[in-house]
Design a protein around this ligand. Sequence first.
Ligand code: NAP
Length: 341
Amino acid sequence: MIERHGPPDSLVERDVSLRVPGPDEVQLRVQAAGVNFADLLMRAGLYGTVPSLPYSPGFEVAGEVVRVGSRVDGWRVRDRAVALLRYGGYSHDVVVSPRQIVRYPDSLTPVQAAAVPVGFLTAWVCLFEAGRARAPETVLILGAGGGVGTAAVQLAVRRGLRVIGTAGDMRKRTFVTQELGAEACFDSRGEWEADVRQLVGARGIDLALDPVGGHATAACRRLLAPLGRLIFYGLSDAMPRQKRHWLHAARAWLRTPRFHPLSLVEPNIGIFGVHLLHLQAKQHILTPALDKIFRGVAGGELQPVLDRVFPFDRAGAVEAHRYLHARRNLGKVVLADRTPA
Ligand SMILES: NC(=O)c1ccc[n+]([C@@H]2O[C@H](COP(=O)([O-])OP(=O)(O)OC[C@H]3O[C@@H](n4cnc5c(N)ncnc54)[C@H](OP(=O)(O)O)[C@@H]3O)[C@@H](O)[C@H]2O)c1
């Protein structure tokens, strides 16, 4: 849990009494919790819309229903589910509305299931709801080796899009092209704008998924073809490398271009913002999308790319945060008590 903002080892473990579920709620015993980049931003004090300290990070968990409110239909004790949360997933139990939980296929372990919701749903919304991607358009996916990125590459390839990624090391780039089917994946720390331009020529790209901000956003905008869409969904660039994080975050903020609506008219382009956790009003889109994604995973057409499982305790969470901060993860990182067989 986060009691004060700071580096990974500022996370603490605390016993907190659990709220008794109301008649319209269920209690889920958490077996695995997905770790997301935004958890790091929360811990560093760089994330908006969070409760006052102390609170626990964690947007997604997989677990088993252990209590069901008297007015809840359709759920029973021992049902397995994933939950999407605003925060609080680094916990042994969570109390949630049934609207926040979705069943997952029997063939998946809780660890695999916890690696699916945030990455795949964010990718889905960016590509198909906000981005309206359709074959044979070209999509540029920044951070293609990350949790959202590996999901986005798979969804886009399956839809028949031409996929170009960026990633920070050779292991990720090779995986994104050879295992996930992207046409190319360029060095996110190199001259990727020029590389993409060389590949697509003057025609440009139809869609850019940008979770980075700063100069990367300006580059994506320059690469857009007429009727191209830039989907902005994160500001990884704000993540402090070491200390003095406010200064670093402020620089990232300032580096990110501002767009006047008039500047979009002549080039015929659009800019779209996405924030999955503020989409509760669109649950009728999210729940069927997650069902479809889980069916794809069960059928073997999609795979949650699972990099590492860290122990579900303070030390494990600290190490997981360090691992993500060092940009070493290829796909998802999950906290769980035991590594699945
Ligand atoms: N808006 C939403 O609803 C939503 C939902 C989920 C995630 N997000 C955002 O999407 C991004 C990815 O999330 P994730 O959980 O998939 O994270 P992740 O698995 O850690 O992947 C993030 C990738 O971003 C790159 N990266 C890390 N630190 C960076 C930095 N300081 N500057 C530039 N690039 C950096 C790394 O790629 P390379 O080193 O390989 O380049 C890393 O693989 C984050 O910005 C997150 O906040 C937004």
